[in-house]
Design a protein. Structure first.
Lengths: 336, 271
């Protein structure tokens, strides 16, 4: 690596602010993305993810703060920054009225490729993204997944070292979604840095090396997936009693023995409690046996990113989170 | 994914500005995109094909007798007038279509590419000269069918055609500016009509200036549209490149010099 961006940081942002009217969409965001990593920006709708990406990708001018891409300032050296990035928007940024080949040829020509190079590049990319058969069809007939793939292909023409993906799988069916994930993972193998936004926790969990959780324009947490999970603390113990009428007793015993607060799901006969010390579970099981409460199921669960998210962002974001995780769950079901 | 990425950093030379050559190349590529779009949706060309035929027939037979005594002697006056009115009027559509186009996601990508900032606009405007050419040719053909034989000869008719197309391209920057700042495509149409109607009708395009009240003559005589119409008349009817020709070109250059930077700035500021 040379040319002055031998920088280990692909993205360095300090105190980015963007205000729309009275709404501070982004309110002092700091981000550091190491070159060669997949970095996830996670947050509910309207948290400021897209606005942040737009500022980093030179599409929007920050009202305050500064950002550098491989050491180049996004405002003062925007033309250089544009040579180092590829952007795939939330809504496919390709030309609806043209065919896939024509789209890629035009973008290639704009990036300075010759006519024959552009044609070859377009064919290569279409092949790579499994779009060759649809190459000549107008985009109006493309499915959402095909459109996203074409969009991503268009971002890769210049082989940019940094790729922004704004909610790359929102609205895709589960199959296309996991194909997209594979594609994103392959990008990093070839040496690119990927900064992606998502509202799906499992997506961040699956792909990202590090995550920034963003809520109402602020970064509320940052770290590796494991660090974030650990920050929520202990694993959770789930007990399901055989006879639902035992549930109140079971809860009492759990709280006595483990000395913690627990929660119950009455209809399922389930007690959930944080488990700080695995050793105490032995005492708990003995206590339950002594009282004659029969267990149907026992399990230990590590904290999920959902819980991390809930803990960090508080109650207001809850609706969004449950919605998106429900959506994700539905997708999981659909996949089976 | 192929591993063509090895050494990708090495042959990348970084510049912070797009030069003139790049601006031109990028604009031509964007114009190519515009042409592809016209080819995909030929129904866009309805206005530039039907309007010259309809207007030429309508105005010639409507005003011919009243203004020049008969249709034959009105043709050298009306054909240049109709030509300018129709082709300049067509440039409104450029602004409207630009607005529609900019609302699409693809413009976000254009903004994120290391291309000359003016290219997406200049290219779209350049592609639309195809529309002006169609309207120009059809107006002359209609005139010819109706008995118009320009005394200047075919060569000067061609120069007149190029002049009108160039001036319409210049004027389309005004409507492109409206297109960039307006919120909806229909409001672009609205504002543009209000600007264009007085300009084209309060000119010497249809009626001799001497028949108008003094205060109106004053406006008509400074109206650049009048100068363009006069320039076309000089070219087609007497084969002369005169003062009016120069005024028209200078006006066109002034319009581009003012509105192109304004439009590009507004385009860059829009999110």
């Amino acid at each position: 690596m040379n040319n002055g961006h031998s920088n280990e940081w692909a993205v360095e942002a300090r105190g980015l602010v963007k205000t729309f009217g009275s709404n501070r969409a982004v309110d002092g965001v700091d981000l550091n993305v190491r070159a060669g990593a997949i970095y996830g920006v996670l947050g509910p709708n309207g948290a400021g993810k897209t606005t942040t990406i737009s500022m980093l990708a030179t599409l929007l001018r920050p009202d305050a703060g500064e950002a550098r891409i491989f050491g180049h300032d996004v405002v003062k050296e925007s033309h250089i920054v544009r040579q180092l990035i590829g952007v795939t928007g939330q809504y496919a940024s390709v030309d609806e009225s043209l065919s896939a080949t024509e789209n890629l040829i035009i973008f290639s020509r704009l990036l300075g490729l010759s006519r024959s190079e552009a044609r070859r590049k377009a064919a290569d990319l279409l092949e790579e993204f499994g779009l060759t058969e649809a190459a000549k069809r107008p985009l109006k007939q493309f499915s959402g997944g095909m459109r996203r793939r074409l969009d991503l292909a268009a971002s890769l023409i210049a082989q940019p070292p940094l790729i922004f993906l704004d909610e790359p799988t929102t609205g895709l069916d589960p199959r296309t979604r996991s194909q997209m994930w594979d594609t994103i993972r392959r990008l990093v193998v070839t040496g690119s840095t990927v900064l992606l936004t998502t509202q799906y926790l499992d997506e961040a969990d699956q792909l990202a090396d590090r995550i920034a959780v963003i809520d109402r324009g602020h970064v509320v947490a940052e770290g590796t997936v494991d660090e974030l999970k650990a920050s929520v603390g202990t694993s959770a113990l789930h007990l399901r009693v055989h006879h639902t009428q035992d549930i109140a007793d079971a809860r009492e015993i759990v709280e006595q023995v483990l000395d913690v607060r627990s929660s119950i799901t009455a209809e399922a006969g389930k007690v959930t409690a944080p488990m700080a010390n695995a050793d105490q579970v032995t005492d708990l099981l003995i206590a339950l046996r002594t009282r004659g409460i029969k267990l149907a199921e026992i399990s230990v669960q590590k904290p999920t990113l959902d819980e991390v998210f809930l803990t960090i962002t508080g109650n207001d974001a809850t609706e969004n989170v449950t919605q998106s995780s429900e959506q994700a769950n539905r997708m999981e079901e659909a996949r089976v | 994914m192929k591993s063509t990425s090895l050494g990708r950093e090495f042959d990348r030379s970084l510049k912070n500005h797009a030069g003139f050559g790049q601006a031109l190349r990028n604009s031509l590529t964007m114009a190519y995109r515009g042409l592809l779009k016209i080819r995909r949706t030929p129904e866009q060309l309805f206005d530039v094909t039907l309007q010259p035929i309809l207007f030429t027939l309508m105005f010639t037979y409507l005003f011919g007798g009243a203004i020049s005594g008969n249709v034959e002697s009105y043709l050298p006056i009306i054909i240049p007038g109709i030509l300018v009115q129709t082709v300049i009027g067509t440039s409104i559509v450029t602004g409207v279509q630009l607005r529609e186009d900019m609302d699409k996601g693809v413009f976000d990508r254009f903004k994120s590419l290391p291309i000359a900032r003016i290219a997406p606009l200049a290219g779209a405007l350049l592609a639309d000269t195809v529309r002006y050419t169609i309207a120009t040719v059809l107006t002359f053909v209609m005139g010819y069918i109706m008995g118009y034989h320009p005394a200047g000869g075919l060569g000067f008719v061609a120069i007149a055609a190029l002049l009108v197309i160039a001036c319409s391209w210049a004027v389309s920057w005004i409507f492109a500016f409206f297109g960039v700042i307006a919120r909806t495509a229909s409001s672009v149409q609205g504002i543009s009509m209000i600007v264009l109607f007085p300009l084209t009708f309060l000119s010497n395009a249809f009626v001799p200036v001497e028949t108008m009240p003094n205060w109106l003559q004053w406006f008509v005589n400074i109206n650049p549209i009048s100068h363009l119409v006069s320039a076309v008349r000089e070219l087609t009817n007497s084969g002369m490149i005169g003062f009016e020709f120069i005024i028209s070109l200078v006006s066109a250059a002034v319009i581009v010099a003012v509105f192109a930077p304004l439009t590009v700035r507004a385009y860059m500021r829009r999110t």
